[in-house]
Write a protein that binds this ligand. Structure first.
Ligand code: PHE
Ligand code: ZN
Length: 883
């Protein structure tokens, strides 16, 4: 088959074609008869017909083995229904009819991990479901769309020895024994929900329990379930869950609404976690945590994901989405809520830096190439391909702008109204903006343009100081390049938070033209047109503007700062984020100095400023570690054309080496020793910060003194009290090609042989070996007994880390990296299309590579596209990437 015919195959679903469902389901009773190889599902649907529509009853259902079907108690003859493998059409249904179907499923054969599947070995593993977005149709016949809300009663029956634990969402409603060593359990969910929030779990699981009383006095049992060897690693998640529940009560007035809240950990999961009503299911890597196997970063991630899924109980479950185009309504909002929670629990500026760094690394490249799509896409072929950084991370930035525009109290007022007006409904982004605006007497509809338009807007800023009139005129202009989508380009409202600094590093009071209120030193101006000027009065000296403070809008700022001005902000800005940002801009300019072999003013300014901060005692260790880190290779590549990732890697190394040399080996060694003297495994902010800086110092030292740093890293590896220090040391040894690396890797492999999550990191560290050697290492690791394409985490840790986090290894000039990825995608696609499609996005951006690599990548992608029988998931990504 030719490539183009494969790409043309997937049909598009369009936002503008939305129609309300012709048939709804008021209540549904599901009876599961569970077995590993075969399970049977009996479904009783109480149907409601829209009197305004006369469409026949059509239910989704994919690859189900239909065993029996009856309408209103009467078995249907074969002439009364049609099933084509995708949809079931039934004749004779009326408003109030009850449809009963019985189907057989094959959980153990389900490698796509969508619908009902087996986690772990067939003898000991457990059964679970994953339904978002369209997995419920793999379980039973149903109108599988989020705007059909139903009340669920679920009964599970199974062998008691093989499946001692039986769980479903909702409140428990009885359990008991059955003949033949079997047992049953029933759950009733009083809250109507869409089918994507349905879940069941059955098997051998241990539980950790806690009693919780909500702010509105409801007693709730919190139960975290995991396999026997993992239950000890659930303490941290339990505490995080309690913090998240309290926080949502205080910050948003939201209480939990069932008698029990289940959380389950699995090692076999396509995503991070899933907010099923009353029964959240987590990828083990987002739930389990213990000092000997979990890094600080991972601890923060566990806390964030636990909170994220919990927060969905309101932003997603009580108020759900009308259709999948509104996905960001729940995801962008919930990411924003999670970010605010994490900022409150940890350091707010560090959290902001981390989030913006992620946005730039993951979302900006997506938005700059052929996979670009608006936060609310206009069409899709496979919805699973739209769980993207744009929908999640950019979506969260849009909520942040709205929250900023309304202020703290106004946003809370708006959110109260949003939850109140839309409780129990499937809502749209328009409903969201109407509630936020309505509660505050403002019109937020201009922000809808942000949801409709792909691409990262550029914000051009130019300042002019009038020394005679003492005015400072700031001219802002916006444009959005590209245009991969056909959507019109209209000016977006861009809130710019700013301050003006004197050359001494003090903030000036801001008198914005004609305004008399007591002046602040920081304020927000909103650019609403293509170009606008803002005039500040009584400015006594030519100022240095600090723009877009806290990253007040997801744009790329273009402002012609001098290196000296950036150095001033790096030294003095009190906005932690902008201080870091000034350092990043200066580092990028320093990088260009090296690349273009030019005078080097930025390079000197950057090194000098950091050397001063390095010696100053006043700065937080974690912020200092971040300041000492230049933008990553992916981010640097974004600023170039004819990209050569290996050259970028070498230049960035050289840049860091210059910094290390400026700081000096002696000072680095001394700082390292001081930090290492206080090694702990505590998780408080200061201890985490100290470990972060220690790692950075060791990395910089490795660029100057390989032998010396090799010894320090070896000692750190051996004596590390926790995973953060151990993994940092291992990574330094591996990346700097230290002679001790091999022994450390062997030790790690043995030490953590029984711990899948720890082993993942062993694969990932090696997959990120820089340069040409990485490919052979990846090939060798693929032959490791612990490697398998069947486990998404393992695939991520080896292939994902290689193609996504190792540009200089993946982008070999001979194209071998591209061919390896293409070959693995074919094998992976046959097992798990969702994971294959996500991995394939690593091809994004090939058009901007230098000609040799571009040709090689193109050839590999074209060959892949021509492959027979690719899934719709992978075909859509490959088709888009080629465009
Ligand atoms: N809705 C999940 C979340 O919290 C993500 C997810 C999507 C999980 C699809 C599984 C499948 O973000
Ligand atoms: Zn989510």
């Amino acid at each position: 088959m030719h490539a183009l015919s494969t790409q043309a195959a997937p049909a598009s679903i369009c936002l503008r074609d939305y129609r309300a469902p012709a048939w709804r389901v008021d209540t549904v009773e599901l009876d599961f008869d569970l077995g590993i190889d075969a399970s049977e599902v009996l479904a009783r649907l109480h149907l409601r017909r829209d009197p305004a529509q006369d469409a026949p009853l059509r239910l989704d259902g994919e690859n189900l083995q239909l065993l029996s079907i009856a309408l209103d108690g009467t078995p249907l003859p074969a002439t009364a229904y049609r099933y084509d493998g995708n949809a079931l059409e039934v004749d004779g249904a009326r408003d109030g009819s009850v449809l009963e179907t019985r189907v057989r499923l094959r959980p153990a054969a389900n490698t796509a991990l969508e619908g009902l599947y087996l986690s772990g070995p067939r003898e000991t593993g457990f059964l679970l479901t994953q339904c978002e977005a369209e997995g419920f149709r793999h379980i039973t016949f149903f109108p599988d769309r989020p705007d059909v809300l139903s009340r669920y009663t679920v009964t599970l029956r199974a062998d008691r020895t093989r499946f001692p634990v039986l769980l479903a969402g909702g409140n428990p409603d009885g359990a008991g024994a059955l003949d033949g060593g079997r047992h049953w359990a029933r759950f009733v969910d009083p809250h109507p929900k869409p089918s994507y929030l349905f879940a069941v779990v059955a098997g051998h699981l241990q539980v950790m329990e806690r009693d919780y009383v909500t702010a509105d006095d409801h007693a709730v049992q919190l139960k975290i379930w995991a396999e026997a060897d993992a239950i000890d690693r659930c303490h941290y998640a339990m505490a995080a869950l309690e913090r998240a529940m309290r926080w949502d009560e205080q910050a948003y007035g939201r209480n939990y609404d069932l008698d029990v809240f289940h959380v389950v950990a699995t090692h076999d999961f396509n995503m991070g976690a899933m907010e099923n009503k009353g029964l959240n299911i987590f990828n083990a890597k987002c739930l389990l945590a213990a000092p000997d196997s979990t890094t600080d970063e991972e601890y923060r991630h566990v806390e964030a994901v636990v909170a994220h899924e919990y927060f969905h109980n309101w932003s997603g479950n009580r108020v759900t989405c009308r259709d999948w185009f509104q996905l960001s309504l729940k995801e962008g909002l919930t990411v924003f809520r999670e970010q605010s929670f994490s900022a409150d629990m940890n350091s707010a500026p560090l959290k902001r830096i981390e989030d913006v760094a992620l946005l730039r690394r993951a979302q900006f490249p997506e938005d700059a190439g052929p996979l670009a799509h608006p936060v609310r896409p206009a069409q899709y072929s496979e919805i699973n391909n739209f769980y993207t950084a744009t929908v999640y991370e950019k979506g969260a930035e849009l909520v942040r702008m709205l929250a900023g525009a309304l202020g703290r109290d106004g946003f809370r007022r708006g959110m109260d109204r949003y939850f109140e007006r839309n409780d129990g409904r499937a809502a749209t982004l328009e409903d969201f903006l109407a509630a936020l605006g309505g509660a505050n007497g403002t019109d937020l509809t201009p922000y809808l343009a942000w949801y409709a338009q792909a691409g990262t807007p550029r914000l051009k800023a130019h300042g002019h100081y009038d020394a005679v009139r003492h005015t400072y005129t700031l001219t802002l202009a916006q444009y959005t390049p590209g245009g991969h989508g056909a959507e019109p380009r209209v000016p977006l409202p861009i809130p710019v938070k700013l301050a003006l600094f004197t050359p001494q590093g003090d903030m000036l009071p801001l008198h914005l033209d004609g305004q008399t209120a007591k002046p602040d030193t920081e304020r927000v101006v909103v650019l609403e047109r293509a170009e606008q000027s803002f005039v500040f009065a009584d400015v006594t000296t030519a100022p240095v503007p600090s723009l877009l403070r806290g990253f007040s809008a997801p744009v790329i700022l273009e402002c012609d700062y001098t290196p000296g001005e950036l150095a001033l902000l790096l030294a003095h800005d009190v906005d932690g984020f902008n201080r870091w940002e000034a350092g990043q801009q200066l580092a990028a300019r320093a990088y260009e100095d090296l690349r273009d072999d030019t005078a080097g003013a930025a390079l000197h300014a950057w090194c000098d400023a950091l050397a001063r901060l390095f010696d100053a005692a006043a700065i937080d260790d974690a912020l200092l570690a971040d300041l000492l880190t230049p933008p990553g290779e992916v981010e640097l590549a974004e600023r170039e054309s004819a990209i050569d990732p290996q050259r970028i890697h070498h230049l960035r190394q050289a840049l860091q080496q210059r910094l290390a040399a400026r700081l000096g080996a002696a000072a680095l060694r001394q700082r390292y020793a001081a930090l290492a003297a206080h090694t702990t495994i505590e998780l408080d902010a200061a201890s985490q910060a100290q470990r972060r800086l220690k790692r950075r110092v060791l990395e910089l030292l490795a660029l100057l003194d390989r032998a010396g740093s090799g010894e320090l890293a070896t000692a750190q590896y051996r004596e590390a009290p926790g995973m953060t220090d151990r993994l940092a040391a291992l990574s330094v040894l591996v990346r700097s090609d230290a002679p001790q690396a091999a022994a450390a890797l062997r030790d790690y492999r043995e030490r953590h042989a029984g711990n899948a999550l720890a082993l993942d990191k062993w694969f990932a560290v090696q997959a990120q070996l820089p340069g040409e050697r990485a490919l052979d290492r990846v090939r060798r690791l693929e032959r490791d007994a612990a490697f398998t394409l069947k486990n998404p985490n393992r695939v991520q840790s080896l292939l994902g880390a290689f193609v996504r986090n190792n540009p200089s290894g993946f982008h070999r000039v001979d194209g071998a990296g591209y061919r390896l990825l293409a070959e693995r995608l074919v094998a992976l696609d046959a097992l798990n299309p969702q994971v294959a499609a996500r991995l394939a996005t690593a091809f994004n951006g090939w058009q901007r590579l230098e000609p040799l690599r571009r040709e090689a990548a193109h050839a590999a992608i074209v060959e892949l596209a021509g492959h027979h029988g690719l899934s719709r998931n992978l075909a859509e990504i490959i088709g888009s990437v080629l465009n």
